[in-house]
Design a protein around this ligand. Structure first.
Ligand code: ZN
Ligand code: ZN
Ligand code: ZN
Length: 489
């Protein structure tokens, strides 16, 4: 860890600063998880060793709870599962994900001591648990978890005081990192990465953190089937500068970000972007055309109308009634588009939903138009290397490609590729996907420029033979991972 030093960050407690200069895309550090678990809800669909999503998983014959891709994954995960396996059998069922994670952390610490790897900068007892800041109902659930933990924790494992146990529970409550599947599209579990806990928040950060599962064979040769995160630089960082990541999505207005940070992470954000309310006006503003602006009253009315419609859309989505969803959304867009700025966050949400659902329903041209508006808006709001912007550009690129709009499609895929090279790095599976899409669309673009007719007939044949695998059913696809740290339920 020669790249960073722990220091006292004014007003924030401990933080990390750089020992040298960094540039966009540099990996400042990479860190294995101390422990990680699959969410309760996905216990049968995600491998408990490599955290990949698989159609067919094999169940652990002993506890009948853990699932694995194959024998290799099961063997790789055994060091972490051994004691858990016996505990689940004894307890009669698997406890919830928080309890499972705390138990895995405790077993790991008992085995390896307070510092489990030579790159670990802090012990867990030096990290804050924020138990005193918890609200009453939160504290109640917290105590139920601790109570159940004590029933689950085996008599023959090392016994700990309740202070130690509740400290670890508090720690994962505010520092449990959301673990995603191999493509980074869905949150599948939660893990603890001690060094990452030292990186403070800024709404306009200089770093991003990404989980990289690497290639499967490399994971399997490790004794511990650990997940790995990378802290990557978003731009130039000077020597001695504090490293920051954002715990929340910048798309929210400053007051909303501050509220989320206060309730979930227990601090008041005083970052430059919050203090100056930077871009709040764009996110909630009205459309200006030929120097004519709608009145504040009109903007407010349209904003409230959007909010109501978004609720209705959620209901339609839950019922799986996508045609109803499209109908509500289209009406709302028609009504509010003339009033609201093209960076208004509710309008952006409408466009995003429309592009997602229309692509699912295979109305690709419609989907492409909305996706383009969404990306144009995002570009005015987000940092140029923001990972959410990169993912949105990728989605828009694919949609244009599907619609046969190869020129714009290729351009957007190139844009997404450039961003993800910084935020995800060249070895991440999604960057590799993008690389092959970039090559493919470049070839198609050349073909298109030579002979449009031949291009279109070939494309149609290709679409018939190879259904695009990018588009999941909208309700099952999360738009990236919104929260850096997982909140216990
Ligand atoms: Zn696996
Ligand atoms: Zn087992
Ligand atoms: Zn802030």
């Amino acid at each position: 860890m020669e790249n960073v030093t722990i220091f006292d960050s004014p007003g924030k407690g401990r933080g990390l600063k750089t020992n040298k200069e960094f540039w966009a895309g540099d990996v400042i550090f990479s860190e294995p998880s101390l422990a990680a678990v699959v969410f309760d809800s996905l216990a049968e669909r995600i491998c408990h060793s490599c955290f990949r999503r698989q159609d067919k998983l094999q169940r652990c014959g002993q506890c009948k709870f853990s699932h694995y891709c194959d024998r290799t994954c099961q063997r790789a995960g055994w060091a972490e599962h051994k004691q858990e396996c016996a505990a689940i059998k004894n307890y009669g069922k698997a406890p919830n994900e928080n309890i499972r994670l705390v138990a895995r952390i405790m077993w790991r610490l008992d085995k390896d001591g307070g510092v489990v790897s030579d790159t670990q900068l802090t012990t867990l007892d030096q990290l804050e648990d924020h138990i005193e800041d918890m609200a009453e109902d939160e504290l109640k659930e917290f105590k139920v978890d601790i109570h159940n933990f004590l029933d689950y924790w085996p008599r023959n494992s090392k016994q700990h005081t309740s202070d130690v146990i509740s400290h670890i529970f508090g720690l994962i409550n505010c520092n449990g990192f959301t673990v995603s599947d191999q493509r980074g599209l869905q949150a599948v579990g939660v893990g603890l990465f001690p060094n990452l806990c030292l990186v403070n928040h800024d709404c306009w950060p200089n770093c991003t953190v990404i989980l990289n599962h690497g290639n499967q064979s490399a994971v399997n040769t490790l004794y511990h089937s650990q997940q790995r995160i990378e802290l990557r630089s978003l731009g130039k960082i000077a020597e001695g500068e504090e490293l920051t990541v954002s715990y929340v999505d910048f798309i929210n207005v400053s007051a909303e970000r501050q509220r989320l940070l206060k309730t979930q992470y227990f601090f008041d954000c005083t970052c430059h972007h919050c203090k100056e309310r930077i871009k709040d006006d764009l996110k909630m503003g009205g459309r200006e055309e030929d120097n004519v602006k709608p009145s504040e009253e009109q903007v407010k009315e349209s904003t409230e109308y959007c909010l109501q419609m978004l609720e209705k859309m959620d209901q339609a989505r839950l019922k799986g009634d996508y045609h109803e969803l499209v109908k509500i959304c289209k009406e709302c867009i028609e009504k509010t588009e003339p009033v609201l700025a093209d960076t208004h966050i509710y309008l952006l949400r409408m466009w995003s939903t429309m592009s997602e659902v229309q692509a699912y329903l295979q109305y690709f041209e419609d989907a492409a138009e909305y996706a383009r508006k969404m990306v144009d808006g995002y570009m005015k709001l987000y940092h140029p290397n923001n990972p959410t912007l990169g993912m949105a550009a990728m989605r828009a690129g694919v949609t244009h490609w599907q619609a046969g709009l190869i020129e714009v499609g290729h351009g957007m895929i190139c844009k997404a590729y450039a961003i993800l090279m910084v935020t995800h790095g060249p070895t991440h599976p999604i960057t590799k996907d993008l690389e092959s899409m970039r090559v493919q669309t470049e070839m198609e673009l050349r073909m298109f420029k030579q002979n449009e007719y031949v291009y279109h007939s070939m494309r149609e044949a290709a679409l018939k033979n190879r259904p695009m695998t990018m588009m999941h059913e909208p309700k099952s696809m999360e738009e990236g991972i919104k929260n850096l740290f997982h909140r216990r339920k």
